[in-house]
Design a protein around this ligand. Structure first.
Ligand SMILES: C[S@@+](CC[C@H](N)C(=O)[O-])C[C@H]1O[C@@H](n2cnc3c(N)ncnc32)[C@H](O)[C@@H]1O
Length: 260
């Protein structure tokens, strides 16, 4: 399944009341939103017609989240669904994640693009290919090591895979507190080895199976009933285990695939 088809189906499952994305380019992913939506991109080159409820903000994501009230373009609503697809260097994606999580509900879903590069050249920090994932795949290991409390699902979409992060904690500041430590470990110059498990997509989940999971109706239900994170996360993990198999929080040293 192509990532845009997966995202369209995910919108139907999540039924977001607000949507946010970093990285808009032609507008293909932003155009899927049927709710108040904001796309952040310093250099968008729109080619598709966007719904009237979608706004494009011409800023880098760091500038945008440096605003005093970043939810203002969404009428103050926290996004139930967010897509991180801006600058494809892991430290940018990491900052985007921390900022989006801070402004989300615990029931929100954050999706990263380009988590399954097809080869080492595509995953280089210094862009040399037309299709470029950069090294954002490192987010899986980083979340596994520093945020074992969130639920990570890697999805085997074309062309370069997605990572869904659930069970968010908007109050957590752990990633930004450890930002320098994370960069010291993971900021490696090209050419850098990409783990075989990532390149071979070992354990990445079938998109259809993820979409059919009971996760989505459950998340909508706890959102409606305002269930607390402490109460809701154990059941969310149980449903994920039942429908998708054993979920490992990033695997050994955070490098192994997550999923069944
Ligand atoms: C891969 S494209 C986005 C594609 C789009 N999400 C889709 O699937 O249709 C990446 C975009 O990220 C934008 N970008 C680069 N640096 C950024 C930053 N610091 N903050 C936000 N967007 C950025 C680029 O201008 C580019 O348009």
């Amino acid at each position: 399944m192509r990532y845009l088809d997966f995202l369209a189906a995910l919108h139907e499952r999540v039924r977001p009341r607000a949507y946010l994305e970093t990285g808009v380019r032609h507008g293909d992913s932003l155009a899927l939103a049927r709710c108040p939506a904001v796309g952040i991109d310093p250099l968008p080159s729109l080619r598709v017609e966007l719904p009237a409820s979608a706004k494009v903000i011409r800023e880098t994501s760091d500038e945008y989240f440096g605003r005093e009230r970043p939810l203002r373009p969404l009428g103050g609503r926290r996004p139930d669904l967010a897509f991180i697809d801006g600058m494809h260097l892991f430290e940018f994606a990491l900052r985007d994640f921390a900022a989006v999580e801070r402004w989300s509900h615990w029931t929100s879903t954050i999706v990263f693009d380009d988590m399954l590069p097809r080869d080492v050249t595509e995953a280089a920090r210094d862009r040399r290919t037309r299709a470029w994932t950069g090294d954002v795949y490192k987010l899986l290991g980083i979340l596994g090591r520093h945020r074992p409390d969130v639920l990570c699902l890697r999805v085997d979409t074309r062309p370069t895979g997605l990572l869904l992060v659930l069970a968010l904690d908007p109050r957590s500041s752990r990633l930004m507190n450890r930002y320098d430590e994370i960069l010291e470990r993971d900021l490696v110059a090209d050419p850098q080895p990409v783990p075989a498990a990532i390149l071979q997509r070992r354990g990445a989940l079938e998109p259809e199976r993820v979409l059919e999971s009971g996760i989505w109706p459950y998340l909508r239900e706890v959102r409606e009933t305002d269930t607390s994170r402490d109460e809701g996360v154990p059941e969310l993990r149980r449903i994920a285990r039942r429908d998708l198999g054993r979920i490992r929080p990033g695997g050994r040293r955070g490098l192994l695939p997550v999923g069944a």
